[in-house]
Ligand binder design. Sequence first.
Ligand code: PLP
Length: 383
Amino acid sequence: MRFNPNVLDCAAAPIAEAWSWVDNRDSDGLIDMCQAVPAHLPPQSLRDYLGEAIRAGQGATYTDIRGIEPLRAALAANISERYRGAASAEDILITAGCNQAFCSVIDTLCEAGDEVILPLPCYFNHQMWLTARGVIPRYLSFNAQTAIPDPDEARGLIGPRTRAILLVTPNNPSGAIYPPEVIAAFYAVAREHGIALILDETYRDFIAIDDLPHGLFGEPDWRETLVHLYSFSKVFSLTGFRTGAVAAGQPLLEQLQKIQDCTAICAPHAGQLAALYGLENLHDWKVEKADELAQRALAIQSAFAHPDLQYRLISAGAYFAYVEHPFDIPARDVVRRLIEEQELVSLPGSYFGPEQERFVRLAFANVHERRFDDVVTRLLATQ
Ligand SMILES: Cc1ncc(COP(=O)(O)O)c(C=O)c1O
């Protein structure tokens, strides 16, 4: 049997590889800062609702390819309010998670040999899918002081085969939250060149509720440029229910619908019910959890202010902290050493694109801030 060389070229799933370096996953001393998973189950009220709905026979059938109408309408209303803009149910297609949304958008926009511009460091599944599809990533350099990419650099990379600029904000892996004016500048570049601006906003609910993530949904012609990707995984702790969404214009959704029909047919129905319950009932719960995480980002910043620490915190936000390590060795060796000597599990920067050997990612969403001093003590012990 022969395999697609593009798939053979893909890196192996990183989380599994990092865990293969851990001898005892059940050790009490282990601090797991490896994967971006919510620390808690969805609230009891959601679980009760879903249990009853499924007992009553709901959720077992296919839905429309684009998803159930009430969820599409509720997400559109949520987007309109959160971004002080305008979206309607017609702009929304519900997917089996944000990863599937991304894969389908890329398949809709790109053929092999086309190019997508994206900043370093980048989310490993994005990089893997581009590689699997033969789409060429053109990277924006990493600014290790601000972790914010430069829209002018993107302008210089655009060529005849560029199909999209791809941003993740709040960012995985850096935790950086891109300022609205930077996102607006990327949008202007994409609009000028008639290409898509894909914004993966999986972590947008962890931006302070009074802050505007960006103003693009307020642009009258946003549908010609913006492709917004969303996830219900983190906001309502629904990672296993596989529910996400795309918000975009009709020309894109009409084509994307063909891909959706062939791959998932529809997003999991039970996940759609859960997401709808969340949007309709869990606003306060969501804000409370976002506040907890914002506290955690502040706590990791103050823990890293330790005067003797040679690991430098570059940025922290949403679920992640991105850290520069002090050694002249590959990031994988640093991470393996942290696991073997200190039982601290993180991910090497090298999983997040080229030129990331100096960095490690700490995912702090499921580690309480009272353990951050211990994290710093363990890092100090390796210096
Ligand atoms: C940037 C980003 N996009 C997408 C996803 C996947 O989201 P979903 O569970 O909705 O597929 C993740 C999960 O870690 C992520 O970090």
